[in-house]
Design a binder for this molecule. Structure first.
Ligand SMILES: O=C(O)CCC(=O)C(=O)O
Length: 299
């Protein structure tokens, strides 16, 4: 048996604690067959028409023969259900929960790789924030296999364990492993983990759906409340409304004049003008202050 880097695959009913432990030690994990066939059929029926009319990418990073869509919550009820998948949220509780009062839905994206697409630049999702790695988890990616992910069709490349690597260390070829998994599975990884899509050398398409989460005191990658404005978000489950930003992110974080933004989604609510709540204050107090790596500044 090889003792090289590997991604552990769990089955759909794995306890969240096992996935959390794996993410802490290896930075990544797969949960196989998490979404059932009916859910995946609904997802395809709702989202594929949007993907079909998307333009090809215009940058090396987005892929010249890849198509992408964002703003998925407003487009698909099945996607809304997967965004609040109880196992994924329990994993967020364990991975992001220690570092924030509330985590947020960070970005929703479909990435469809056409035959012939080349390997994407290998990157760390945490690179969008000016923070030295290794850093505490700032994001948790839940990358759902919208189609099967195979070695040939471009299954995501991941460097297991790279969440602990120094800032400057980049993966060598033998440190990258493909996330081969059947449709409906989830690849989970944290913000310091090096990854990227592999080339699509097959004759078919490979599509992944990212529903990623971030610490509630960081800016979300996708502007969720403009993507799902009040008239749209009003019809979402309350957990999802709060997760995308219709909630305080902690004491004083993200209020509207009349108080908690969740009030914007109820009719005739005059608001309490509160900027925090005792429970949020207590949660905030319980968080161990986070040390950013570069305490002496950049020079
Ligand atoms: O498509 C993939 O396998 C990964 C995509 C990705 O990491 C990205 O676009 O940021």
């Amino acid at each position: 048996m090889s003792d090289g880097p590997a991604i552990t695959t769990f089955d759909r009913d794995v306890p969240a604690a096992a996935v959390i432990a794996e993410l802490e030690s290896n930075g990544c994990a797969i949960v196989a067959h998490r979404a059932d066939d009916v859910c995946m059929q609904d997802l395809h029926a709702e989202l594929q028409p949007y993907l079909n009319e998307a333009p090809f990418g215009r940058t090396e990073f987005a892929g010249r023969t890849s198509r992408r869509r964002n703003g998925l919550l407003a487009k698909s009820g099945a996607c809304r259900e997967l965004a609040i998948d109880p196992l994924v949220l329990a994993v967020c509780d364990g991975i992001l929960g220690p570092y924030c009062v509330n985590y947020r839905l960070h970005v929703t994206l479909l990435v469809e790789l056409m035959p012939g697409e080349v390997r994407q630049e290998i990157h760390r999702d945490g690179g969008i924030y000016p923070v030295r790695h290794p850093a505490p988890p700032m994001t948790l990616a839940a990358f759902w296999a919208y189609t099967d992910f195979t070695e040939a069709n471009g299954a995501t490349l991941v460097a297991p364990g790279s969440h602990r690597w120094p800032h400057e260390r980049e993966p060598e070829a033998h440190e990258l492993v493909q996330a081969v998994m059947p449709k409906g599975s989830i690849l989970l990884y944290t913000s310091s983990v090096w990854h990227g899509s592999e080339a699509n050398r097959s004759g078919g398409v490979r599509t992944g759906m990212g529903l990623h989460y971030n610490l509630g005191w960081l800016r979300q990658e996708e502007n969720q409340v403009l993507s799902s404005p009040p008239d749209v978000a009003r019809h979402f489950p309350e957990r999802l409304q709060r997760l995308i930003g219709y909630d305080l992110g902690g004491p004083y974080l993200g209020f509207v004049e009349k108080g908690n933004p969740i009030r914007l989604l109820s009719d005739g609510d005059d608001g309490d003008f509160a900027r925090t709540e005792p429970a949020l204050d207590a949660q905030r107090e319980a968080i161990e202050p986070i040390l950013f790596g570069n305490v002496d500044g950049p020079h």
